[in-house]
Design a protein around this ligand. Structure first.
Ligand SMILES: Cc1cc2nc3c(=O)[nH]c(=O)nc-3n(C[C@H](O)[C@H](O)[C@H](O)COP(=O)(O)O)c2cc1C
Length: 186
């Protein structure tokens, strides 16, 4: 046990029936003891405009506040054209600015992806990992949670059916919490 670890999760899709948002919702039921997961929805974040980075829109301010307050982050990404969707990249770009006020600085982070394809969004995750370098974030390396053939893994209400995926998510969260605790005392 130990002090509560607060995780902020967000998914890079705005779609009502999004598998990635459904994956994040399913994760709410799999959090370990002494852990709180809050979901932040990215809808309403406008397209990034560098002229506004010092006085960003309210939704961006709220996003930045919540990221800074969180002990760890969980990012769930679809794969678009072998990379992360603009929705996610745009939100990350806003929250990383202005220079000197990067909300992600030093944050432990875990990621997951769901795709209708056979690689489950692996390529998007590796692109996201690349951004973590510049953002100075500390990603958990294992397990890698790639939900392939997503349309077969959820029911028509968006409930996750696949027990193996649930086990992997539990393991990922447990590693993220341990990692966040380790970094806090480092
Ligand atoms: C613009 C676009 C590009 C896509 N590119 C990929 C891709 O490169 N790899 C992949 O596995 N799936 C790709 N897909 C399919 C997505 O995995 C699928 O639409 C998935 O359901 C999107 O995530 P969501 O359900 O959370 O919205 C693409 C979908 C769209 C709309």
């Amino acid at each position: 046990m130990g002090e509560q670890v607060n995780i902020l999760g967000f998914a890079g899709s705005l779609r009502q029936g999004s598998y990635n948002r459904a994956l994040l919702r399913a994760t709410l039921e799999l959090v370990p003891n002494s852990t709180k997961l809050e979901v932040f929805e990215l809808n309403g974040i406008p397209v990034f405009n560098g002229d506004l980075e010092s006085s960003p829109p309210e939704k961006v301010k709220e996003f930045k506040r919540k990221i800074k307050a969180a002990d760890a982050l969980l990012i769930v990404t679809p794969e678009y054209n072998y990379s992360v969707p603009g929705v996610l990249k745009n939100a990350i770009d806003w929250a990383s600015r202005p220079y000197g006020d990067n909300s992600f600085e030093g944050k432990p982070v875990a990621m997951m992806s769901a795709s209708t394809g056979m690689l489950g969004g692996a390529r998007a995750q590796y692109h996201l990992r690349q951004s973590f370098v510049f953002l100075n974030m500390y990603p958990v390396n294992r397990p890698e949670v790639f939900v392939s053939f997503a349309s077969e893994k959820f029911d028509d209400k968006g409930r996750l059916l696949d027990e193996k995926t649930k086990d992997l998510i539990r393991e990922l969260l447990s590693n993220l919490v341990a990692w966040a605790r380790r970094l806090k005392t480092a």
